[in-house]
Design a protein around this ligand. Structure first.
Ligand code: SAH
Length: 493
């Protein structure tokens, strides 16, 4: 029997990926098909599962790339084909989002649907510009109005009625009509000195705002070349904008940061940096691939009791090791006689997921310090790590006559992410976070012929920094090899 399809209308919020709701995220992660608009930010599109079909029906304000009737039809046909369809729309789907129109055809055909409201730009964009849309000292109502006029047609706005409310006015889709909107309000008798603002690309790192008066706003916005998407706010609350401006004061505002670590480890770092105001580009240059067959590891697992130490040099290691261990019919008890070493706290916490704790974590989390900390251990040592691992550990074991087996359990492969966005960042100073020497190699390899002279490599440790410098990249090193320390380092550059 064919699965019954459905459609979930999801509001993606105004742009900052942190403003997507939990329910919206869940729907996206389970989607078979995602139909999305122009205003949905790339970081949110990145959450769509790789197997899902994506359909871009991006709209421009003056014309629709895909006519509305066709969008309605796509939703219907995909749902009828048994797909879980997510219709992803900017802001809230029902606020000037044509969400209602899209549901009509579905309702008519008895398709199951749900609506996940989104954070609307009408409220959140002013908030990111330091404008509370209501304030007891200034107003007692808020009005959200479309400033869009059909091609060649007049604006149908009752300016007189709006003025009489005395409330805050928020205009969406109003950039082209801005002079007419201000003119209309002035003619309706609103004071020329009424504070007013326009906020472009709100909640995104590239957000810009112009705060002025009703009389002067059109000229100020034109001088600043304000373009769509932007929101116009008219009302006394705009006078608070400078005092309450928090977004433009975030510590990383105006800084571009590229994250090169593997995709599955990138989003937490990206989230933290975005919270600090950075313009983050996730650019995974490497990927860890477990070896499908690893006879050497299987052999070592058969003979685990011969070893005294088991060493992991990245958070990828424990999962791969325990996977093979379990496949051999054993569990954590097979490690009873062994001591465990982990290169850093993340690797140690991965071990804890399997019910075992690291006996040794070096004070500085890199292979040189791990090697130094292991210089006097009793062997044999079993090293479970990447095929292209650092030579620090084997060298120190050889030097101190400690027997060891170096088993490559996974490969680090270089990815070729879409380099267009990163290339466009390279003509200005750009911070690139490197969390291993292999991320440096992957980054350089992905940008053949690029001028890297404006790149500032923010490196997790001295070995990573040495690799950056070897490739002619200016490098700064985090004092400690942790993500927290790396973030601190990025803040201080
Ligand atoms: N449903 C959406 C609005 C769609 S109409 C919502 O709830 O937000 C599109 C208009 O929304 C744009 O023309 C602009 O006025 C506004 N808008 C959407 N995202 C915006 C953003 N990040 N910054 C400024 N305005 C935005």
């Amino acid at each position: 029997m064919r699965m019954k399809g459905n459609v979930i209308l999801v509001g993606a919020g105004p742009g900052d990926p942190g403003l997507l709701t939990q329910k919206g995220r869940q729907a996206l992660e389970q989607a078979d098909v995602v139909v999305f608009d122009r205003l949905v930010s790339p970081a949110i599109l990145a959450l769509i599962p790789s197997g899902a079909e994506t359909i871009d029906v991006g709209k421009e304000s003056s014309h629709h790339l895909v006519p509305q009737e066709q969008i309605n039809r796509i939703l219907l046909e995909k749902a009828q084909a048994g797909k879980r369809v997510v219709r992803l729309k900017g802001g809230d789907p029902f606020l000037f989002g044509r969400g209602g129109e899209e549901l009509e055809l579905l309702a008519e055909h008895g398709i199951d649907f749900q609506v996940v409201p989104g954070v609307t730009s009408a409220l959140s964009v002013p908030a990111y510009a330091g404008i509370p849309v209501t304030h007891r000292d200034f107003c007692s109502s808020l009005h959200i109005i479309t400033g869009h006029a059909r091609a060649g047609a007049q604006l149908h706005i009752d300016f007189d009625a709006l003025r009489r409310t005395g409330g805050t006015l928020v205009f969406l889709m109003g950039v082209t009509s801005l002079p007419k909107i201000c003119q209309g309000l002035l003619e309706a008798g609103m004071e020329p000195s009424m504070p007013a603002a326009v906020v472009e690309r709100g909640t995104l790192p590239s957000q810009r705002k112009v705060v002025s008066t009703l009389e002067k706003l059109p000229e100020a916005a034109r001088d600043a070349c304000i373009k769509s998407p932007a929101i116009i706010v008219v009302g006394r609350v705009c006078s608070l904008s400078d005092r309450f401006d928090w977004f433009d004061h975030l510590p990383l505002k105006g800084k571009s940061v590229v994250i090169t670590r593997p995709a599955e480890r990138s989003s937490a770092l990206a989230g933290q940096l975005r919270e600090l105001g950075a313009d983050v580009t996730e650019y995974p240059c490497i990927r860890t691939v477990p070896r499908s067959a690893c006879p050497d590891l299987d052999q070592a697992i058969e003979n685990l009791n011969q070893y005294r130490w088991l060493v992991f040099t990245s958070p990828a290691g424990p999962g791969i090791f325990f996977d093979r261990l379990h496949s051999s019919g054993r569990d954590a008890r097979a490690l009873a006689g062994l001591k465990l070493a982990a290169i850093g706290p993340k690797t140690a916490s991965e071990l804890e997921k399997f019910g075992v704790m690291a006996d040794l974590v070096p004070e500085t989390y890199d292979s040189a310090h791990l090697a130094a900390a292991m210089a006097r251990v009793e062997g044999p040592v079993l090293l479970c790590r990447a095929s292209q691992g650092s030579s620090a550990l084997p060298e120190i074991f050889a030097k101190n006559s400690i027997p060891f087996a170096d088993i490559p359990c996974y490969d680090t492969v270089y990815e070729t992410p879409d380099a267009g966005k990163v290339r466009s960042l390279l003509d200005k100073p750009v911070l690139v976070s490197f969390t291993s020497a292999s991320t440096v190699r992957g980054f350089v390899k992905s940008l053949p012929g690029a001028d890297l002279s404006h790149v500032i490599g923010c490196c997790i440790g001295p070995q990573t920094a040495a690799e950056a410098i070897r490739h002619g990249i200016c490098a700064v090193t985090a004092p400690e090899a942790t993500i927290e320390s790396l973030i601190q380092c990025i803040k201080e550059v």
